[in-house]
Write a protein that binds this ligand. Sequence first.
Ligand SMILES: [Zn+2]
Length: 191
Amino acid sequence: MEEQRLSFALMLSYLNRVLEGVEDPRQPSNARRYHLWDLVLGAFSVFYLQCPSFLEHQRQMQSRHGHNNAQRLFGVMTIPTPNQIKNVVDGVSAALLFPVFRWVCQALSAQGFLKAYEVLGGQILVGLDGTEYFSSASIHCAQCSHRTHKSGDVSYHHDVILPVIVAPGQEQVISLMPEFIRPAIAQGNRI
Ligand SMILES: [Zn+2]
């Protein structure tokens, strides 16, 4: 990949590059008021800004002033609601977005930003945190993990592991994807 200065625009271009290859999980017969890109970029904008009401504010801005920042900053052409995002984006595999993390990490490394995170003779520390973000005794899907309790009851859950590059004295952490560290964990190697 060509080396470009890391910027928000470059990171957004990584996301757009991945989206070009993502298939819309909706049946062709479904009404498609929103393009898949608007739904994914809309979700990204909420997480990027850490503001759950961002899209609602932008919808109001659009109706009052005829323009909005979701389009200007993120390229969201038609602003979807959280439910519309959830209904469709749940059907898109998160693994399709892994290349974005890889490209950002490669760019950080190539441009020397990871130097500040090197410790103990050039090693990178990765903190691992795991959490269960869904659990139910009745609702489950094909991708669910499950537990059989002593009572014989079965419960279903989804877990996530969150690897981040950390270093003493650095306030920011850098997210990685599990696929990035899996070979290193399996082999007990340095990353
Ligand atoms: Zn499930």
